[in-house]
Design a protein. Structure first.
Length: 116
């Protein structure tokens, strides 16, 4: 059964909408249903922005992709920032990526591959 709940009915979800950008792009996200496949612009309290389907943000319990570690925000949630000592030992050549572009869960896997 599809939920017939509009985004505007869930205050926590509605507050994450980047209404200024949505309006400028002609997106009426507040009147969409939470299971909508329509894309909208979102901004968390830390000012991280993304463009994602309404249903995805709703199912993720309104969690920001960057704050939850799903996406990397260099200088905030990357290996180099969170674990600078470990980043010093990170083998860029072997892994093909710099520590500032590595999310922490993957960092440990890549680091241990280097050691083996």
């Amino acid at each position: 059964m599809k939920e017939k709940i509009r985004v505007s009915e869930i205050e926590e979800l509605a507050l994450l909408l980047d209404n200024e950008l949505n309006i400028s792009e002609g997106i009426d996200a507040l009147n969409q249903y939470v299971n909508s496949g329509c894309f909208a612009n979102w901004k968390c309290p830390k000012e991280h922005s993304c463009n994602e389907k309404i249903s995805v943000i709703y199912r993720r319990k309104h969690k920001c992709f960057y704050c939850s570690g799903r996406l990397i925000w260099s200088g905030e949630n990357d290996l180099q920032t969170l674990y600078p000592e470990l980043a010093k030992e990170f083998d860029i050549e072997c892994n093909g990526v710099e520590p500032k572009n590595v999310e922490v869960p993957n960092a440990f896997l890549e680091f241990y591959r280097k050691v083996q």
